[in-house]
Write a protein that binds this ligand. Structure first.
Ligand code: SF4
Ligand code: SF4
Length: 260
């Protein structure tokens, strides 16, 4: 069931991105915008990272802007990084390509969240010093949504697609989800928002003994996290692939489960 909901959400997000130019071209404006900022049946929704950037650039708190980030904020605090696993078109493309062309031998380099945090802090400082909206250029979900819409209308690819293919190659050759692991400011920022009661993957202590050590949870994880042996947050995107594969093998004796 979770997998079906996830796939439907991913398809719906791509459908939303492509439907906007099609509908707006016909003067139907019930949905507008992209993944930076959108309006869905009159409800304004903005990327919290762009709000943060706005605060840094203007040194002021725009209350109307703040209202538009409440839905993404509540989503992230309640369900974790599900924007990444259920909605982000970047992850959808990577997942789709990994499915149709899975790599047998994968280089398993661990993600380093501390390095990502340092990079994120440097970006914040640079935005402040240069007064330039750097997150606009580094927000890959926002950029991809805009470029998909442009491609849908003009049918001629821009330079962006060359860079995106380059990222796809890095995903294959160097490390699965290289961008998401090390560079994506959205992913890093959403990871900050997890609280104790956020939906999460946990191991049931009384069933840990039942773990066969098959490591299928690790190989199924796009980030190579090991939920049986290590702290998986804030990198974990709550895709629940590890829980599903564990349940498939162990049925109701599976040591991994999802809880708030
Ligand atoms: S880390 Fe960034 S690019 Fe990756 S899935 Fe999350 S929002 Fe998308
Ligand atoms: S640890 Fe599990 S839920 Fe988290 S990203 Fe990896 S597979 Fe998905």
């Amino acid at each position: 069931m979770i997998k079906i909901i996830r796939r439907l959400s991913q398809i719906l997000a791509i459908f939303f991105i492509l439907a906007v130019p099609y509908l707006n071209d016909r003067q139907i404006n019930i949905i507008m915008g992209n993944l930076y900022a959108s309006s869905i049946f009159g409800i304004e929704i903005s990327d919290p990272l762009i709000f943060l950037q706005n605060v840094i650039l203007n040194l002021s708190f725009d209350f109307k802007f703040f209202l538009s980030i409440i839905i993404p904020l509540v989503l992230a605090i309640t369900f974790g990084r599900v924007f990444c696993s259920f909605l982000c078109p970047v992850n959808t493309v990577f997942e789709f390509l990994n499915k149709i062309y899975p790599r047998k031998k994968l280089i398993q380099i661990k993600g380093d969240y501390k390095a990502s945090l340092i990079l994120f802090s440097i970006l914040i400082i640079l935005i402040f010093i240069t007064e330039h909206p750097l997150f606009n250029y580094l927000s890959l979900p926002g950029l991809l949504s805009v470029e998909l819409q442009k491609l849908f209308i003009s049918k001629s690819p821009s330079l962006f697609w060359g860079l995106f293919v380059f990222l796809i190659l890095i995903d294959y050759i160097i490390r699965r989800r290289f961008w998401c692991n090390y560079l994506c400011p959205q992913g890093i920022f959403i990871g900050f928002l997890k609280i104790k009661k956020t939906l999460q993957v946990v191991k049931e202590v009384d069933k840990v003994i039942k773990c066969l050590g098959c490591k299928r949870c690790v190989t199924s994880c796009p980030f190579y996290l090991n939920p049986m042996e290590e702290k998986i947050y804030p990198q974990c995107t709550n895709c629940f692939e590890c829980v599903l594969v564990c349940r498939k093998n162990h049925k109701d004796q599976a040591p991994l489960k999802i809880k708030f």
